[in-house]
Design a protein around this ligand. Structure first.
Ligand SMILES: [Zn+2]
Length: 362
């Protein structure tokens, strides 16, 4: 197991203090092929640990777990399904990646981690770091909802708040410079994260009796969910369990749609990002892994769509009428699903992944 630079293909040990290549390229994780063996006695995402990268003896049960994963898949109208992935320990799907990332930090003997986040990833990493007795610094933009900031403080994280999301990314880079002992537990830079997130597709595969939907609708900002699903599709293909994966249908907010613009080759003037959107989880103006995200969506024969603020609010209300309370970022995903359904782009049963709980945003 080692890191490979996405740009120049240089390789690094996973114990490296670097969080990206000297050329500026981001790491992808090279892992040996292994077999998908589901440990049915384990009621957490670690039931798929045969395919989750850990740097300890993979046969031993990881010590850091809060029963993450195993979220409900419930029927929606039109034969589609909602994957209620906000029902994870910190009420967001990010716990899938955090548990794997913090397990890595623990195995490396790290005492402190740092992460920049629009909110959910920070809360999630802070919770798991706390559980692993590791200190956490979390860099969040000024606009992060007070509830998420309060949660960070309750987990004893040191909160560095200010500027917009890009400012938080710059501030943490400055903070980490000259502090090699602090582990950058980034859901964007560290590829272990996506290998935890990928378990969402293994679960759907089990829940649908060893089949996958034709389409899977997900939000896209920094692309951790898109990249995780891409990894899972590759794993299931390698295991000869599927021939083709679902089409990845990724949703952005029109107010901040750099991936939509790049994928559709729409001039950015027509969707003048960055502007404010209530979907704070996907308000990412320049996603570092944009090329990987676009190739993952293309490879799946998927698409990217952008939804308006009104569509997001309507979708949130629509879900509430079904008894489902999600935050605006997850409502944007459902809005994307409704738009795709209306335009006839989705005819078969699909799965919509709902990523963050409503309580976090109000
Ligand atoms: Zn490189």
């Amino acid at each position: 197991m080692r890191y490979r630079c996405y740009i120049c293909s240089s390789t690094f040990e996973v114990t490296t203090e670097h969080y990206r290549c000297d050329c500026g390229g981001l790491f992808v994780l090279e892992i040996e092929n292994s077999v998908l063996e589901v440990d049915r006695s384990d009621w957490s995402l670690w039931r798929y640990r045969s395919l989750i990268p850990v740097i300890t003896d993979s046969s031993s049960t990881p010590t850091i777990s809060m029963g993450e994963g195993m979220t409900p898949l419930v029927a929606d109208s039109d034969g589609s399904f909602l994957k209620l992935d906000f029902l994870n320990p910190t009420l967001s799907y990010k716990d899938r990646g955090s548990v794997v990332l913090v397990a890595l930090a623990k195995a490396l003997g790290v005492k402190e981690v740092a992460i920049d986040s629009s909110g959910n990833a920070g809360v999630s990493v802070a919770a798991y770091a706390r559980r692993a007795s590791i200190g956490a610094h979390v860099f969040v933009p000024e606009s992060t909802s007070p509830k998420k900031v309060r949660q960070l403080q309750l987990f004893n994280a040191e909160v560095h708040k200010g500027g917009d999301r890009s400012f938080a990314a710059l501030a943490i880079a400055e903070f980490l410079d000259g502090r090699p002992e602090i582990f950058y537990a980034s859901h964007v830079y560290n590829p272990f994260f996506a290998h935890g997130v990928k378990t969402v597709l293994f679960e759907i595969f089990e829940q649908l009796q060893m089949r996958l939907p034709t389409e899977i609708v997900v939000p896209v900002g920094n692309g951790t969910l898109v990249l995780g699903i891409h990894e899972a599709i590759n794993d299931l293909k390698r295991a000869s369990l599927i021939q083709t994966g679902p089409k990845i249908m990724a949703v952005q907010a029109q107010a901040c749609a750099p991936i939509y613009e790049a994928f559709r080759q729409v001039p950015s003037s027509s969707y003048s990002s960055p502007t404010e959107t209530i979907a704070e989880g996907i308000a990412i103006t320049s996603p570092p892994r944009v090329n990987e995200i676009i190739s993952a969506i293309s490879e799946s024969n998927g698409d990217v769509i952008a939804v308006s603020e009104n569509e997001i609010l309507d979708a949130q209300r629509g879900l509430l009428q079904r008894g489902v309370d999600v935050e605006p970022t997850a409502a944007a995903t459902y809005a994307g699903y409704l738009a795709l359904r209306k335009s006839g782009c989705i005819e078969d049963a699909c799965v919509v992944v709902l990523t963050g709980a409503g309580l976090k945003s109000r």
